[in-house]
Write a new protein. Structure first.
Length: 109
């Protein structure tokens, strides 16, 4: 029987994640009005594209073009922009938390 859909045959992909991560991910996806499966497929496509792009041009042979494509991809990214200070604040909090853990000190969540 001929296929009646334009989508290629799809397969299941099962993997284990911590329960709290799964719950948080599902909530985040729902807040974006997307199913968790849609978001995971998007992540997978982006990852494959990123890896393919990195291996497509050898840095010494076409580094400028590679950088330009990466910058354009970032500019075209539909996700909301995050201010530099917010990124740096989150990064500093992660570094501080990891340093406190390494020293065996309690830290705030």
């Amino acid at each position: 029987m001929a296929r009646t859909t334009s989508h290629p045959k799809e397969e299941n992909f099962n993997f284990r994640v911590p329960a709290d991560l799964k719950a948080a991910f599902k909530t985040a996806a729902e807040l974006a009005d997307r199913s968790a499966a849609q978001v995971i497929r998007d992540f997978m496509r982006a990852y494959v594209e990123c890896i393919s792009d990195e291996r497509e041009l050898k840095p010494e042979a076409g580094h400028d073009e590679w950088v330009r494509r990466r910058i354009q991809a970032a500019l075209d990214d539909p996700r909301p922009a995050m201010p530099h200070d917010a990124v740096m604040g989150r990064t500093r909090a992660i570094i501080d938390r990891m340093a406190a853990e390494k020293r065996g000190e309690p830290h705030e969540a």
